[in-house]
Design a protein around this ligand. Structure first.
Ligand SMILES: CC(C)(COP(=O)(O)OP(=O)(O)OC[C@H]1O[C@@H](n2cnc3c(N)ncnc32)[C@H](O)[C@@H]1OP(=O)(O)O)[C@@H](O)C(=O)NCCC(=O)NCCS
Length: 269
């Protein structure tokens, strides 16, 4: 009991959600990665299972390995904070979408994970399919070319219409929204990207009749924790309800580590 209490306090100290996750809640946690030392990465890797550690070991670049470890360790900490510590196991469907196996709770916890240069994020909801994408703005990307190839005509035209200096940011906002939807639906890139469109301010979805999705069922939310980082979330829920989305910035260095406050204080058991 005391140990559990200490663990909960330590995780909340790291920035994890400390309230229970209700049926209409979505918790989004994100963490910056670039100052992650090799020592911290090794410590976080101890929270992964053998297959995740094996996958981490296969990355050629240390930076990719660090992002992978950070994202999966963050996910495990968030799930344990919400549903209690356990030996989390995952299954991957034929499109690559991961789910918790066996399902936990009813309605079952669902999640989505994303990593980009310098930042990782995960979203957790109960029952509803959820997709998250995070991107770091790359000003040197050939983004108009990418937009011409992957965005709908409407999105491309909207980008062309805005001032050049603002295009990179708008491109990433649209990109994250599209990716979040793709990940929530879970069909990967077999979903035709030009057949749905986002307006960014506020995020609004339009879906062509060629895709069998009810646009009213989608709640889409965007958040830019800094001017360089964009996070988007897409959730399919009953049309009649609006979900409460909360955002948490997590300090990776404090994940799983006893806080100095705890070291010096004994909470009541
Ligand atoms: C599979 C895909 C979701 C990967 O997205 P990404 O932006 O490259 O990478 P992210 O870091 O955001 O997401 C990767 C995570 O998504 C999850 N994922 C993989 N396949 C998935 C799927 N079919 N559905 C939902 N989630 C999936 C995994 O958890 C993966 O992390 P992991 O490999 O560490 O477990 C897919 O959308 C993709 O390949 N996109 C390529 C980019 C592109 O062309 N985008 C066009 C948008 S306009």
């Amino acid at each position: 009991m005391l140990r559990q209490h200490l663990e909960m306090r330590a995780q909340a100290h790291a920035g994890l959600r400390s309230e229970p996750l209700g049926p209409l809640d979505v918790a989004v946690h994100y963490a910056y990665v670039l100052d992650t030392t090799a020592e911290l990465s090794d410590r976080l890797a101890t929270t992964l299972d053998a297959s995740e550690r094996a996958r981490a070991a296969r990355f050629h670049f240390a930076q990719d390995r660090t992002h992978y470890i950070a994202a999966h360790s963050l996910l495990r900490s968030c799930l344990s904070q919400i549903a209690g510590s356990r030996d989390w196991r995952f299954t991957i469907d034929r499109f690559g979408k991961p789910e918790i196996e066996p399902p936990i709770d009813e309605p079952p916890l669902r999640f989505s994970l994303s990593h980009s240069h310098g930042i990782v994020a995960c979203a957790i909801a109960r029952g509803f399919p959820v997709g998250i994408d995070v991107e770091t703005v790359g000003y040197d990307l050939p983004f108009m070319e990418i937009a011409r190839n992957y965005f709908s005509e409407r999105e491309y035209e909207a980008l062309l219409a805005i001032e050049r200096t603002k295009r990179a940011e708008s491109f990433h906002r649209i990109w994250t929204l599209k990716e979040a939807l793709v990940k929530a639906i879970g069909l990967g890139l077999s979903l035709p990207l030009k057949e749905f469109s986002f307006d960014v301010d506020p995020p609004t979805l339009t879906i062509s009749p060629h895709i069998d999705e009810d646009v009213a069922a989608w709640q889409v939310v965007a958040h830019a924790p800094t001017i360089r980082h964009h996070i988007a979330l897409a959730i399919r829920r009953p049309q009649t309800c609006s979900l409460a989305v909360s955002w948490y910035e997590v300090k990776l260095s404090l994940l799983g580590a006893p806080s100095s406050e705890q070291v010096h204080q004994q909470p009541p058991d």
